[in-house]
Design a protein around this ligand. Structure first.
Ligand code: AGP
Length: 613
């Protein structure tokens, strides 16, 4: 997830770009850049300064003030290539006459790059984006105008993109287009704008067009023309937006947590994007483990903290069933103190959204020092863990600002399940068809998640009924167990209510003693192999007077008969089930916390990234 901005026809173009980038920083901040375009050429400045990138860019571009009335800008959240200045956008073609900003992922960038370099293009970055500038350069060299060159480039690329493209040969023109990644066009009588999201433009115009997939917009000072992929005029409805700017920065949501929950279908989709090769093999290019390495493994150990630990627990079921390899999942802060038995046949997987959590980092270092192979599943490119590990599997959830992990947890489970499928393929434990079925189910989750998110109102209504409860137990079995742990953690974290997560079968070994009227038991009873046993465990608590809320798959009337309240979710295969079953538990925690008037983005006593032991 990156942020892009563009303007043509404004005397204060540079300020517009920088102000817009500040508002888009929530989409990424590991580097930022602008290009002002005029007949004299492209003035480009790029800075990679972490969270200060946009501020530093403002300082570094003062000399460019008034240089041009048009330009594009970008704030980056790296997915391909390190977060360095040379990978920052805008990118240029070989001649330096085309400047381009991109949000999304070009899946076939590697094959396009080798074709371009074979024909003499020099690629100056390690990004997936830069190939686009060179493909457009080829179109221009063949006599196309900029719009035709962009159109023919789109035919060649696979993946997701929102693009703003400019050329020195027509410096008042910005060509904008999108597929999957969002792009907004703004209008005034004298200028035109583009941005990834509404907040970047709201102080300049409130007349906006949301471009549709494969539409191409031709932005000139005071005019915008929209055509479809074939070049025919397309209908573009101008919307009048009356949001205030503060709300708009959160995409119209009240807080980052609800925005990030809404981002979940895209987070899972983007994590899966381009990771199934044309040969039917799961492709994890930065993992840096050969097929022989994977075949020689004798065990997998996941080390992680908090929600990332729960993602690891879900993955254990997938690794063991699919790849038939023993898996241990360890709390990172405990791992190295138990003197684990490691050698080069052990694969240690650190799971960490931030890639900076010191307990997980130290556990990975310990494993590496003991000779294990070490990889990390991280959401932050070039995080400390990503730099130190032998290989990396990036989730592509975009920046997560809310302290409570939401979209990154679902993306971690998806990424780990991809790794489990890869291991199963290489070790000959699953056929191509079996892998294809499981992968298709992961892909289907984008729409399943969208449907589940749409049911937030039903969950909030249950939360309102239970607003006075103070003791919550979350139960699950099999992959529903880590789902229950995650539900309990979310509730504790943002609502400050007492919540415990347990495997359903464990209650009778002690915790049942504290169940009494007034306790709320939230149980995950979706369609896993232990659903029936889970329902029996629920009956045990119900008969002790607890109020029972069940997470059930649509149509499970038998389950609903046991419940006082239900959170309905669409059906899915059992190992993918936690990815969608966690959602109503997030929504439940959110509704209870908001009902208590709490700040869900900044819970007391907690930090987003924990860098102390
Ligand atoms: C989850 O909501 C928490 N904020 C926390 O448990 C978090 O998952 C944990 O601190 C691990 O962080 P990491 O993924 O960045 O390593």
């Amino acid at each position: 997830m990156c942020g892009i901005i563009g303007v043509t026809g404004a005397a204060d173009a540079l300020d517009i770009l920088l102000d817009g980038l500040e508002r888009l920083e929530y989409r990424g901040y590991d580097s930022a850049g602008v290009a002002l375009v005029s007949p004299a050429g492209v003035d480009r400045v790029r800075i990679a300064d972490g969270t200060h990138s946009v501020a530093s860019l403002r300082g570094a571009t003062e000399v460019l003030n008034g240089r041009s009335r048009s330009g594009v800008g970008h704030t980056r959240w790296a997915t391909h290539g390190h977060p360095t200045e040379h990978n920052a956008h805008p990118h240029l073609d070989c001649s330096g006459r085309v400047a381009l900003v991109h949000n999304g992922i070009i899946e076939n960038h590697a094959e396009l790059a080798s074709r371009l370099t074979a024909t003499g293009h020099i690629l100056a970055s390690d990004t997936d984006t830069e190939v686009l500038a060179h493909l457009i350069e080829e179109g221009l060299a063949a006599g196309d105008d900029l719009i035709a060159a962009v159109r023919s480039t789109l035919v060649e690329v696979r993946g997701a993109f929102a693009l703003g493209v400019m050329s020195v040969d027509d410096p008042d023109l910005i060509v904008a287009t999108r597929r999957i990644s969002p792009l907004i066009v703004g209008l005034t009588d004298t200028a035109s704008y583009l941005a990834s999201d509404i907040p970047a433009l709201l102080d300049r115009t409130r007349d906006l067009i949301a471009l549709e997939d494969d539409q191409i917009a031709e932005l000139r000072p005071g005019s915008v023309m929209v055509t479809d992929a074939q070049g025919a005029p397309a209908t573009a409805t101008v919307l009048r937006i009356d949001w205030d700017i503060d709300a708009a920065q959160k995409g119209g949501f009240k807080d980052f947590m609800s925005k990030e929950m809404a981002d979940q279908p895209a987070a899972v989709r983007d994590t899966l994007r381009g990771r199934m090769g044309d040969d039917g093999m799961i492709a994890l290019d930065q993992l840096d483990l050969s097929d022989d390495d994977l075949r020689l493994l004798t065990k997998v150990i996941v080390v992680a903290c908090g929600s990332s630990f729960h993602a690891g627990l879900v993955a254990k079921y997938a690794f063991e069933r699919w790849a038939r390899i023993p898996v241990e999942v360890d709390i990172a802060s405990e791992f190295r103190y138990r003197d684990p038995v490691l050698d080069a046949t052990a694969l240690v997987i650190g799971v960490s959204q931030s890639g900076e959590t010191v307990d997980t980092l130290q556990a990975m270092r310990h494993a590496r020092d003991d000779g294990a192979r070490v990889v990390v599943v991280s959401n932050v490119v070039d995080s400390s863990m990503a730099r130190e590990a032998d290989g990396v599997l990036y989730t592509r959830a975009g920046p997560e600002i809310g302290v409570a992990a939401t979209k990154t947890v679902l993306a971690q489970i998806a990424a780990l399940e991809l790794l489990a499928l890869r291991l199963a393929q290489v070790r000959g434990e699953m056929t191509g068809e079996q892998v294809a079925v499981e992968f298709a189910e992961l892909i289907r989750l984008e729409s399943v998640l969208a449907e589940t998110l749409g049911r937030a109102g039903d969950v909030a209504a249950v939360a309102a009924q239970l607003a006075h409860a103070t003791d919550f137990f979350f139960l699950g079995r099999h992959a529903g167990f880590p789902t229950a742990l995650e539900g309990a953690l979310k509730l504790k974290e943002i609502s400050y209510l007492h919540a415990e997560g347990y495997p359903g079968g464990e209650l009778k070994h002690g915790p049942l003693a504290v169940i009494e009227p007034g306790c709320v038991v939230v149980a995950v009873a979706t369609g896993g192999p232990l659903r029936e046993k889970m329902l029996s465990n629920v009956s045990e608590v119900k008969s002790r007077g607890a109020t029972v809320v069940l997470v059930l798959e649509d149509g499970d009337d038998e389950g609903a008969a046991v419940a006082d309240y239900t959170f309905w979710v669409p059906a899915s295969r059992d190992l993918q089930s936690p990815i969608k079953d966690i959602v109503p538990l997030q929504q439940f925690a959110y509704a209870l916390a908001v009902g208590r008037g709490l700040d869900v983005d900044r819970p007391r006593n907690l930090a987003k990234t924990v860098t102390v032991e």
